[in-house]
Design a protein around this ligand. Structure first.
Ligand SMILES: [Zn+2]
Length: 116
């Protein structure tokens, strides 16, 4: 997957990254936030410190599996958990949207291991 260099006004969807800063209880009810939080806390993705809207996929399979397991355990405020298919769809969406290993704006290197 090659890098796509985009302009500074990167057209992301309406604010799902900002919603990830919500409190834990609300977070569990929004699948986008659940997945983003799980990916971020397991370091499967990193947020560029200079471009806070931009997520970078680290490319660590173990971290992504760990993130998925973590998201599956999260209990919503109604006491239920997210369905596996719903989480898979959202994981796929967020990982596809994330930049691949580098921030395309400042070329910050996020990977823990070299490109192979
Ligand atoms: Zn950056």
């Amino acid at each position: 997957m090659g890098l796509v260099v985009m302009g500074p006004k990167l057209a992301l969807g309406p604010g799902s990254e900002k919603e990830a800063r919500m409190s834990e209880s609300n977070l569990a009810d929004d699948v986008g936030s659940v997945v983003h939080h799980a990916l971020e806390t397991t370091h499967a993705i990193a947020v560029c410190p200079f471009h806070l809207d931009l997520t970078i996929r680290v490319g660590d399979d173990a971290a992504e599996s760990h993130a998925f397991a973590r998201a599956r355990k999260l209990v919503k405020s109604d006491g239920t958990r997210w369905r596996c298919e719903v989480l898979q769809t959202e994981f796929g969406r967020q990982l596809r949207r994330a930049a691949d290993r580098y921030c395309p704006h400042c070329a910050l290197y996020a990977a823990k291991r070299p490109l192979s």
